[in-house]
Design a protein around this ligand. Structure first.
Ligand code: CAA
Length: 387
């Protein structure tokens, strides 16, 4: 890899690679079939510091940088994409958000068990009629003395069923559009906070995706994150980091697909020689490797901008857009190289292909990411490079 890693980043990458290939890889195919939530593995990941990677040590986190997090998430996704999405939402969207916007009391109460992997975090903004356009969400939160009463339905929530803590957005003032949205921390088991239907999905089968129903759910006012009206900005900031996470997942799955394709192409013989001798295949493999490398550089660059506290919204969107579209091309080619066997469950490439499909959809569709990038190009903030 041409990106220069520090000794610590290299050490984290090696440690997570060993763990992921020893513990997660062998059982990923089985989890895909049984749809079993990887609870025990996530506990082990908590012990290794992978569930609070960027949480400061004072809240029991690993205090690692975003580049290390990207390297770790790639390794987890290489072995098991279902486990990776749980880790990604938990770290990028939940822990990072509480760490950035939470009070010290909130950090003490929630970051510590999250970082230890004792509980899993979820983020609930999407609704049945508000996906790409979250400003038009209809969940409401009404202040009632020292509490808020929340009503509404959230949809497509990663870890909705298993999460111990969920960040929920809701309208505290319908007249104010995005400035009327607030964010709340809701614990599992709170009265009126119910898990709705679980989606039957094409891929990422060991990660649960559910509806969450808030039926007169009463939560203490101290569970408000930031101030009333901060919710949309909190969510957008969370998604900037989250999009780097999805780019990292894309890289992990793409690398797994490339490695599988190289190995198959070397061993499979047709017309009296390994199919890796045919130029058509060699060019496919070369394109796959080149695209992965380009996505890797874009993702690490966005991560290091975040680490340097620079504005990185555009770069995170570019990384997620390019990497998620790249992994769809790469997994399709890996399946093609496997021929008929690629279409069967005997080989892992059909799972890679199914798992990757959602990467261009969740945490900002490719179309929304192009909107974000174009807004940066055409808005007041764009200065260009020509003087
Ligand atoms: N960081 C901080 N603030 C931001 C921001 C960012 N990245 N992007 C926008 N904002 C602020 C703007 O500055 C503006 O604030 P002011 O009014 O104070 O100036 C405000 O937010 C509104 O901005 P826009 O006018 O640009 O908002 P918009 O309504 O046009 O929407 C959007 C912008 C980019 C389309 C946004 O709605 C969006 O990202 N949509 C996609 C939603 C999404 O990704 N959903 C995924 C759900 S989560 C998920 O999938 C989780 C899971 O479980 C896997």
């Amino acid at each position: 890899m041409s990106y220069q890693l520090t000794d610590e980043q290299f050490m984290i990458q090696t440690m997570v690679r060993d763990f992921a290939r020893e513990v997660l890889l062998a059982t990923a195919m089985e989890r895909d079939l049984t749809k079993e939530f990887p609870g025990e593995n996530l506990k082990k990941m908590g012990e290794l510091g992978l569930m609070g990677m960027m949480v400061p040590p004072e809240y029991d986190g690993a205090g690692a940088d975003t580049v290390s997090y990207v390297l770790a998430l790639q390794e987890i996704a290489y072995a098991c994409a279902s486990t990776a999405v749980i880790m990604s939402v938990h770290n990028s969207i939940v822990c990072e958000t509480i760490n950035r916007f939470g009070t010290d009391e909130q950090k003490q109460a929630y970051l510590k068990p999250l970082a230890a992997g004792e509980i899993i975090g979820a983020f609930a903004m999407t609704e049945p009629h508000a996906g790409s356009d979250p400003v038009n969400q209809s969940t409401s939160a009404l202040r009632d003395g020292s509490h808020y009463i929340i009503n509404g339905t959230k949809r497509f929530i990663t870890s909705g069923k298993t999460a111990g803590v969920t960040i929920i957005t809701a309208k505290t003032d319908k007249a104010k559009r995005h400035k009327g949205i607030s964010a709340f921390i809701v614990r599992k088991g709170t009265q009126g906070f119910l898990v709705g239907k679980t989606e039957k999905k094409m891929g990422l089968c060991a990660s649960d995706t559910t509806d969450l129903v808030l039926d007169n759910c009463r939560i203490p006012a101290e569970n408000l994150l930031g101030q009333e009206g901060d919710g949309f900005k909190i969510a957008m900031t969370a998604l900037d980091g989250g999009r780097i996470g999805i780019a990292a997942q894309s890289l992990g799955v793409a690398q797994a697909a490339l490695d599988a394709a190289v190995s198959y192409a070397r061993e499979r013989e047709q017309f009296g020689q390994p199919i890796s001798k045919f130029q058509g295949l060699r060019w496919m493999l070369a394109d796959m490797a080149t695209e992965i490398e380009a996505a890797r550089q874009l993702t690490l660059s966005a991560a290091s901008m975040k680490d340097r506290d620079e504005k990185y919204t555009k770069q995170a969107s570019m990384a997620k857009l390019f990497a998620s579209e790249m992994v769809n091309r790469v997994t399709a080619k890996a399946l093609q190289i496997h021929g008929g066997y690629g279409y069967t469950k005997e080989y892992p490439v059909e799972r890679f292909y199914r798992d990757a499909r959602v990467f261009t959809i969740y945490e900002g569709t490719s179309e929304i990411l192009r909107v974000v990038i174009a807004n940066h190009l055409l808005g007041d903030r764009y200065v260009g490079t020509l003087r």
